[in-house]
Write a protein that binds this ligand. Structure first.
Ligand code: SF4
Length: 239
């Protein structure tokens, strides 16, 4: 396997991602993360929505020499207090380097420029300003990033590769738990005592920004509570 190095071209990264996606399809989450660390070194980070801390916990079990891995959290300014609390708890108890990204504007500044409740009137623009742009800025020095995406979360995620090419950002995108089911997540949380967002015990199956997240009903898929009633299923980070 390739060792960590500077200066790969986008074409080299793309080819690396495609090859790894094939070779690592059956690998464990820890093996996939270890490959990412060995391949990209400090140019690899893990992102977490703090819905649960499973991927952050996995990252805490993978070493990059003496350094802990970077775990990037996007603070949109609209999170539930429970989500911020989960971020703070991860930072306090896990051996990872939590990095919090924030949008250019506070919610008040955005309201002053675009009017209040942009999330109700133009959620795509709101997500672009508060999620997509800050993440793009925050990832610019990394060659590869990991997510907690899983194939069983929704039909839009059914083909998520364990390692793929993020053409929009021209980076390698790694989903170490893509093949996991909800039962796998629950078993990992129970086995390792992993922190989870308290809202998961309160009817929320997927946790995003407070104005755009509701509890799910019986029989709905995990992401049915996100942007419910609107023609939107993804924030733009993964599409
Ligand atoms: Fe805005 Fe809702 Fe997107 Fe959060 S999820 S950035 S509040 S539109």
């Amino acid at each position: 396997m390739t060792t960590a190095q500077e200066g790969r071209t986008a074409e080299e990264l793309k080819s690396l991602a495609e090859q790894a996606g094939r070779e690592l399809e059956d690998a464990s989450a820890l093996e996939i993360l270890q490959w990412a660390v060995d391949t990209f070194g400090a140019k690899f980070c893990v992102t977490s929505s703090m819905e649960d801390a499973v991927v952050a916990h996995l990252a805490s079990r993978v070493r990059r020499g003496e350094s802990a891995l970077d775990v990037v959290f996007l603070d949109t300014g609209y999170h539930f207090p429970e989500t911020i609390g989960t971020r703070d708890a991860v930072e306090a108890v896990m051996d990872v380097n939590v990095i919090t990204l924030t949008p250019k504007q506070t919610v008040a500044e955005q309201d002053a420029e675009y009017g209040p409740k942009l999330h109700d009137r133009d959620p795509d623009l709101c997500c672009r300003l508060r999620k997509v742009q800050p993440l793009e800025e925050g990832l610019k020095d990394y060659q590869a990033w990991a997510t907690g995406l899983r194939r069983d979360e929704s039909p839009t995620r059914a083909n998520t590769p364990v390692v793929g090419w993020d053409a929009k950002r021209r980076k390698v995108k790694i989903s170490p738990i893509a093949r996991w089911t909800q039962d796998d997540v629950d078993a990992y949380v129970a086995e390792h005592g992993v922190l989870t967002n308290p809202l998961l015990m309160d009817g929320y199956a997927s946790v995003g920004c407070a104005p755009c997240t509701r509890r799910v009903l019986e029989g709905e898929d995990a992401r049915a509570g996100r942007w419910a009633g609107r023609a939107k299923t993804e924030c733009g980070l993964h599409g």
